[in-house]
Write a protein that binds this ligand. Structure first.
Ligand code: NAD
Ligand code: MG
Length: 394
């Protein structure tokens, strides 16, 4: 029996994770669940999985949650809300696996704590890795933690790597990665119309049902930019070894091109329970609850090169990783602020890359050599991005 801690249990990945856990309750026991605010869903999850601990990050919601538990059958669950509670539950002795599924930079410290504690990390929280690349991988290497990517593309690449592959190591015979992207909802919209898209249009993804932030990132293709950086870090490759490929059907989840001309692809229905179940069962496999792929329904698969004029965020991600050092941290922070402003209808969709680019220009390159530097730069980039937004629109 393995103990699992689900960071971000109430999100899209968290819910899919608990769905897989329910199918394998003989193998996994939920030790801890965390949420930001959604205590209604968290309560349902607690009734079903009866964890030892929950963390509710929002302190008022935490008090409300404690009240709710008082006269229930699950009043023995310990409710935490103090800072560092996320790190505490991610490193408990009886936690073997940590699902890192908090969205954004908020997930960095607990994911890093799990890495330092040598846990098996099921990493969905790509922003944490993009921010802290070398430091994160160093923590994994030093503690002997197992890092299994949940992002469907990176999970696909991991599955296409040679037997016994470990994250962070360059697979010598792999020449290139073909990183697939659906192209999001605006792949074919006339570019001039993109300034007018609404948050509701941007979060309506054609193939995947995801949280709001990653859905906007998919629409701008910053998601693919972050994933390109994530792939460089996870697979020790150079940016020019990662080719982004638009594949609108989302059936191939990515490919690895080997020196002998072999290209291995991983395919399946677009459902995150596939990579989640793969990582939870690794190195075995077990059922995920996902329907078998009907290849006759797929009929055809298309591939096209991304248009960087349509998707400037992808260009900015390549620029950030080429500049290196703190720049991916700046890119990520500016993007989080810009996406939030777009979702709150303070800026237009097409302002997102403008704000990120202006923010990046405000920073000199320096190495991202410590966690303190990374957190400081993250904070500075957020403040600067807010200032840019205020200047432009007030
Ligand atoms: P979501 O918005 O649905 O859920 C986010 C979770 O994080 C929630 O449980 C929320 O309570 C928690 N959270 C939010 N802010 C927090 C804070 N400040 N402190 C602590 N917890 C906080 O997001 P999601 O779609 O499940 O995505 C989660 C992560 O997984 C993201 O990094 C995303 O890029 C990645 N990912 C998601 C998918 C997908 O299909 N949804 C696919 C690949 C990767
Ligand atoms: Mg992905």
């Amino acid at each position: 029996m393995k103990g699992i801690c689900v960071l971000g249990a109430t999100g899209s990945i968290g819910v899919s994770t608990l769905d897989v856990v329910t199918r394998h309750s003989d193998l996994y026991k939920v030790v801890a669940l965390t949420a930001n605010k959604n205590i209604e869903l968290l309560y349902e999850q607690c009734l079903q999985h009866h964890p030892e601990y929950v963390v509710v990050v929002d302190s008022e919601k935490a008090l409300e949650f404690k009240e709710k538990l008082k006269n229930s059958s699950i009043s023995d669950i310990k409710v935490l809300s103090e800072s560092q509670s996320l790190e505490f539950v991610a490193t408990l002795d009886n936690v073997d696996s940590v699902m890192a599924a908090i969205v954004g930079a908020a997930g960095l410290l607990p994911s890093l704590a799990a890495a330092k504690a040598g846990k098996t990390i099921l990493l969905a929280n790509k922003e944490a890795l993009v921010m802290s690349g070398d430091i994160f991988m160093q923590a994994v290497a030093e503690s002997g933690a197992q890092l299994l990517p949940i992002d469907s593309e990176h999970n696909a690449i991991f599955q296409c790597m040679p037997a016994g592959y470990k994250s962070g190591i360059l697979a010598k015979q792999a020449r290139r990665i073909l990183l697939t992207a659906s192209g999001g909802p605006f792949r074919q919209m006339p570019i001039a119309e993109m300034a007018n898209v609404t948050p509701a249009q941007a979060v309506a993804h054609p193939n995947w049902d995801m949280g709001r932030k990653i859905s906007v990132d998919s629409a701008t293709m910053m998601n693919k930019g972050l994933e390109m950086i994530e792939a460089c870090i996870l697979f020790a490759m150079k940016p020019d070894q990662i080719q982004v490929v638009i594949h609108p059907q989302s059936i191939i989840h990515s490919m690895v091109d080997y020196i002998d001309g072999t290209v291995l692809a991983q395919m399946g229905n677009p459902d995150m329970r596939v990579p989640i179940a793969y990582s939870m069962a690794w190195p075995e496999r077990f059922e995920s609850g996902v329907e078998p792929l009907n290849i006759f329904d797929v009929r055809r698969m298309d591939f096209e090169e991304p248009n960087l004029e349509r998707f400037p965020c992808l260009r900015l991600a390549y620029k950030a990783i080429d500049l290196g050092g703190i720049m991916p941290t700046v890119l990520n922070a500016a993007n989080e602020i810009a996406v939030e402003a777009f979702l709150n209808e303070h800026i237009r969709f097409t302002d997102i890359p403008l704000i990120i680019e202006q923010c990046m220009e405000k920073f000199e390159i320096r190495p991202a050599s410590s966690l303190e530097i990374i957190l400081d730069i993250d904070n500075q980039a957020r403040v600067i991005s807010e200032q840019i937004i205020n200047k432009l629109f007030h």
